[in-house]
Design a protein around this ligand. Structure first.
Ligand SMILES: N[C@@H](CCC(=O)N[C@@H](CS)C(=O)NCC(=O)O)C(=O)O
Length: 198
């Protein structure tokens, strides 16, 4: 049995979404970043954490990859060229899409006030829009790494919602269409409904 620790408004959303996609039973324990409950399972206080028996696994991308590999779904098998292309997409999403979002969050509310540089946000929004347009140019089909969604699609679709909430550019029509497709998935909708109600 899996236990996911972390509020749904954090990257814990991705882990819960993946477990819904996989149809695996799990318990969800909401916990704010840095809270006592988060520190009890991860000394850094970062969420999400996935408890599997005695182990506490950290980092949303590592957790998604572990779950996809373990259950043989939403991934290409390790050691294949398709997997190398999928992993390249995963790292590209983290480098080019998530990094500007996370850096903007740090300069909005994560860092101590005297360490924030709010002016950097305009540059981050520009960087994000440029990377997103290039990514959409390279989209090989309906999804990032083949005909069906894989780990990087969950990451990108989650980042899309994050970007909207953070006031990042949302006028890329191909990305809007991609997001509509990903958000129509029953597993996504189930978690999104829960987040709305939280
Ligand atoms: N790369 C990690 C980042 C985890 C992370 O920074 N989570 C945020 C919430 S979404 C957090 O716990 N922040 C608290 C902090 O940075 O101290 C992941 O994908 O899980």
């Amino acid at each position: 049995m899996y236990t996911v620790i972390g509020d749904l408004k954090t990257r814990a959303f991705r882990v819960v979404w993946m477990l819904e996609e996989l149809g695996q039973p799990y318990t969800h324990r909401p916990a704010a970043p840095g809270s006592e409950a988060a520190r009890a399972v991860n000394p850094s206080g970062k969420v999400p954490v996935l408890r599997v028996d005695e182990a506490a696994l950290t980092d949303s991308t590592a957790i998604l990859t572990y779950l996809a590999d373990r259950h043989g779904a939403l991934t290409h098998p390790a050691g294949t060229r398709e997997r190398a292309r999928q992993d390249a997409m995963t790292f590209r999403i983290l480098d080019e899409i998530e990094t500007p979002l996370w850096t903007a969050a740090k300069h909005s509310f994560v860092l101590p006030e005297d360490k924030r540089v709010p002016a950097v946000k305009d540059s981050l929004k520009w960087e994000y829009a440029k990377a997103l347009a290039r990514l959409m140019d390279d989209l090989p089909g309906a999804h990032l790494a083949g005909p069906a969604p894989t780990v990087p699609d969950l990451l990108l679709a989650h980042c899309g919602g994050w970007a909207k909430a953070a006031g990042f550019p949302a006028d890329e029509p191909r990305f809007a269409e991609y997001l509509r497709r990903m958000r129509a998935r029953p597993a996504f909708r189930a978690v999104a409904e829960r987040l709305k109600a939280a």
